[in-house]
Design a protein around this ligand. Structure first.
Ligand code: IVH
Length: 691
């Protein structure tokens, strides 16, 4: 490409990528599939790699690229960043008092018309000044003490909602946009869930998440945090005539691609402010992000100038705070709730506290890792957070206030070695965050879910047994385990709500019909953790009979296609619980039956329990074909070579895996060797599949 063409392409790509960024991060309306976006991004990266002289700071490829700093440099604000008077009264009288002050300062009498106000949300994040010179983002700074802030340009560049270049034909020479960096609640929850799963530290709340991400030294950290931004005002401006009103100014910023919150109104006099206040207060929990109140501003900029400032606060604006979403309280005890999947979720019982508009007495502690990380103990003073519809949460312990002598650390497993609901053993599998009840079918907490699963279309297929009915059956003590379904009578069903005789008869007929099933459906219906429909089918095919599955050892289970250590453990545990065996026995006694077969297990093949690794290109077999043959002979194909590998099958251009096999002394086969091995299997007549 000629250099002018390259430049044109680079410019077009940058425009297009930023347009998609804006659509995705600001408008929340993605315009193209992720894959297409990635393709554009990679094309731009490739061109820039070949033409480093074309890389500019406003290129979307340059959002993350800065190196960690030693300190955040100081920035002197061209125009001081002031704060606003904040009033905590939530009464309508606050808005009236503000309106009265404004009218008095402007010298208006009762006969004069109402003052026009702009009302908006008070975002709960970190105030930022974005400086655009000739349309390009050149600097971002925190508020600091209002006169001097910190240069956080590198971190701000990673926030995809913030444009690196303004969308304007002839941008102002200087335009400072002021606003708030914040984290949406769903982004915060998602980020924390991911961190929790990975055993990594979580963010305390969205506000700290936003502030902490921006006020730190490594832009790579900021880049991983899902941050958002809303503009609410201006700083220094050169070469631009702002519109007449504040609200039009925000509209103009939005047109330039700067994110502006849509949740704002213009209204006349105090009444409009009161209406906005009440509307937002009622909907606060449904907003996608935390706010700590509302802000009222005189809309006309000339009137703002006329009103001016007292000390460091404008006379033309006031904030009205809502009740706090975090409060201090004490932990009276820690209990567990058994969920539908058997997970034991620790819950802190709290001294009642009014937070986020409701009285909170419980807060989730998520899991043992979270308890350990926050080190929550009974008797501790803690910060409780309740925001939105999210369940209240203990965010941190005030350790200075821990009672003396110190209460012991809290362990779920030590406190509940058995399930509080059913008395089954409780355990924590390696690599899992949750402590779980092994009770399965007999645990009341899990029973309803287990029954619905058992009756499901792809399991025992009992038509008409839906959740309303299951709730009634379990709550009235008519059904405890799936086996009890087969003992239901017309009389028992007749007493249930919305159960006419006809539907009761239909249900009994459906239960009767379900008795004739298949082994695969039955295994699936048991609801063994990690055993889905496909695995159930594989197990049925492999073992042929339920008793052989029940008696299977770990090694035998591992020989089944796609059964790994986690699935094998789940199966072993399920059948190790006597009450699960009891339910199975009762189901069979009730007449649940299926055709049994020999299964494949004695004829699992010459590679049963063996692990093979494929590397390089084989002369005739494709990778999938080789894999299929190995699995048909009972073997497993793994991705990497270890001491546990039984054979490496190497073809042309085999690489590091072959070297590793040689180092470890793992036997190496070529394709002919593999085929010969499989052949010997057939000759021995071990393949029962054909019969
Ligand atoms: S206007 C001169 N509008 O609240 C007035 N501030 O003390 C400039 N804030 O830390 C501020 N939402 O970061 C304004 N819609 C909003 C706001 C807002 C949040 C923050 C701001 C500052 C504090 C005001």
């Amino acid at each position: 490409m000629a250099s002018t063409d390259v430049l044109a392409r680079v410019t077009a790509l940058r425009r297009e990528i930023e347009r998609h960024n804006h659509a995705y991060y600001v408008l929340d309306a993605p315009t193209i599939p992720d894959a297409e976006y990635d393709r554009l991004f990679r094309e731009l990266q490739a061109i820039e790699a070949g033409h480093p002289e074309l890389v500019t700071p406003d290129s979307p490829t340059q959002r993350v690229g800065g190196k960690p700093l030693d300190t955040l440099p100081k920035v002197r604000h061209a125009v001081p960043m002031l704060s606003i008077r904040t009033e905590t009264d939530t009464e309508a009288s606050g808005a009236r008092a503000f309106d009265a002050r404004v009218r008095k300062e402007l010298g208006l009498s009762d006969a004069d018309p109402a003052v026009e106000y702009a009302a908006e949300l008070k975002f709960d994040g970190l105030a930022i000044n974005l400086r655009y010179e000739n349309g390009v983002l050149v600097q971002a700074a925190t508020r600091g003490d209002g006169e001097t802030g910190e240069d956080v340009t590198q971190n701000i560049r990673t926030v995809k909602a913030i444009p690196l270049r303004l969308n304007a034909e002839s941008p102002p020479a200087v335009l400072e946009v002021r606003g708030e960096v914040f984290m949406r609640r769903d982004d915060f929850e998602r980020y924390n869930a991911k961190q929790r799963e990975a055993g990594k530290p979580t963010l305390v709340n969205p506000r700290n998440g936003a502030a902490g991400s921006i006020r730190q030294l490594d832009p790579a950290i900021a880049a991983q945090r899902p941050l958002s931004f809303f503009a609410y005002g201006l700083g220094e401006v050169q070469g631009w005539n702002p519109p007449i009103t504040h609200s039009e100014t925000l509209d103009a910023l939005a047109a330039m691609g700067v994110p502006v919150c849509a949740e704002r109104v213009i209204g006349q006099g105090a009444a409009a402010l009161i209406a906005f206040h009440d509307d937002i207060a009622a909907r606060r929990d449904q907003l996608p992000f935390d706010i700590d109140g509302v802000v009222y501003k005189v809309n006309r900029l000339d009137l703002q100038r006329e009103l001016g400032f007292v000390t460091r606060e404008p006379r033309w604006a006031v904030a009205h705070k809502f009740p706090a979403q975090e409060q201090l309280t004490t932990v009276l005890g820690i209990e567990v709730q058994v969920g539908r999947t058997g997970a034991l979720t620790p819950v802190a019982r709290l001294a009642p506290v009014f937070v986020g508009g409701v009285t909170v007495t419980n807060a989730t502690l998520h899991n043992q890792d979270e308890i350990d990380r926050k080190d929550v103990r009974v008797g501790d003073t803690v910060i409780v957070r309740r925001a939105g519809d999210v369940i209240p949460e203990v965010v941190a312990v005030v350790t200075e206030r821990r009672p003396q002598p110190e209460p012991p650390r809290f362990s779920i497993l030590q406190t509940w070695p058995v399930c509080p609901e059913c008395g089954s053993h409780v355990m924590r599998l390696e690599g899992e965050a949750a402590v779980r009840c092994t009770g399965g079918l007999v645990c009341p907490a899990q029973r309803k879910q287990a029954l619905l699963h058992f009756a499901g279309r792809r399991a025992m297929d009992i038509e008409g047994l839906g959740d309303k009915l299951v709730d009634q059956l379990v709550d009235r003590g008519l059904v405890r385990t799936p086996a009890d379904l087969y003992g239901l009578t017309l009389e028992a069903l007749a007493g249930l709500e919305r159960m006419a005789e006809k539907s009761a008869a239909n249900l009994l007929a459906a239960i009767e019909t379900s008795k004739a099933t298949t082994l695969a459906r039955f295994i699936f219906a048991l609801g063994i953790r990690n055993v889905g429909e496909t695995t159930a089918r594989d197990l049925a095919k492999h073992f042929g009979s339920l008793d052989r599955l029940i008696d299977a050892t770990e090694a035998e289970l591992l020989a089944v296609r796609d059964v790994g250590p986690i699935v094998a453990q789940s199966i072993l545990q399920f059948f190790a619980e006597p009450h699960n065996l009891e339910v199975v026995k009762k189901l069979r006694a009730a007449g649940v039956r299926w055709p049994e077969s020999e299964g494949l297990q004695q004829s699992a093949g010459i590679l049963a329990g063996k692990t093979l690794v494929l590397t390089g290109t084989l002369p005739t077999l494709t990778r999938d074909a080789a894999k299929e043959k190995i699995e048909a002979a009972g073997g497993k194909v793994a991705g990497s070579v270890s001491k546990k590998t039984d054979y490496v099958v190497a073809g042309a251009e085999a690489g590091s895996k072959l070297v590793k096999a040689q180092e470890l002394g793992v036997p190496i086969l070529d394709e002919a060797g593999l085929l010969a091995l499989l052949e010997s299997d057939n000759e021995n007549g071990q393949h029962a599949l054909e019969f």
